[in-house]
Ligand binder design. Structure first.
Ligand SMILES: [Zn+2]
Length: 190
């Protein structure tokens, strides 16, 4: 089996001094085609209860209190990069610039450290249901190592989104990047 291609150039001089990495999953099935652009569209749209709505609908529901979660468009996708299968091949996509703080690990009422100091990477798929396929797992390891090398990030600073809550000392609000993604195993293989 040939290794999936990972041809990545990281310009440290035009990046924030990243200290760690937070992995996420999309919690959606990975389609045949490129799903990354759909996530970008989602993050840059008006959202009520995690559904895209028009601006008019957003304003109407906000005024009526019809909804629990209200989000205005972010300036870009919340993650710095991600991985997915496209036509049977694992590929990566760039997200927001490495000079920009992320929008992936915020916790209400707690430190924003994991957005300001940790890169946000997202693997497309629902890893609550099953772990990443071996090819995807291996690619994610190599993708992670590329950032570890560039920013001298230790394996102990590569965490799953759910571990952000642990480190902030608050109850876990998410299983991200999925119950079946063993972060201790992932770190041990880096
Ligand atoms: Zn997450």
């Amino acid at each position: 089996m040939s290794e999936p291609k990972l041809d990545i150039t990281i310009d440290v001089s035009r990046s924030r001094p990243w200290k760690g990495i937070v992995w996420h999953h999309s919690a959606t099935p990975d389609g045949m085609t490129k799903d990354w652009d759909a996530i970008r569209k989602f993050h840059t749209s008006y959202r009520v209860d995690f559904q895209i709505v028009t601006e008019a609908e957003y304003r109407r529901r906000l005024a009526a209190g019809a909804g629990k979660s209200f989000q205005t468009p972010w300036k870009d996708i919340g993650y710095h990069g991600g991985t997915e299968f496209v036509n049977g091949q694992v590929v990566f996509s760039w997200g927001r610039a490495l000079s920009e703080i992320g929008a992936h690990a915020g916790v209400k009422g707690a430190s924003n450290l994991y957005n300001t100091d940790y890169l946000g990477l997202c693997a497309i798929g629902d890893f609550d249901k099953a772990p990443p396929k071996p090819e995807h797992w291996e690619f994610n390891l190599r993708f992670t190592r590329a950032f570890m090398d560039a920013f001298r990030i230790p394996a102990g600073h590569v965490i799953g989104h759910r571990e952000v809550f642990d480190r902030l000392g608050v109850p876990r609000q998410k299983s991200c990047p999925g119950q079946s993604w063993d972060m201790a195993l992932f770190r041990s293989e880096l």
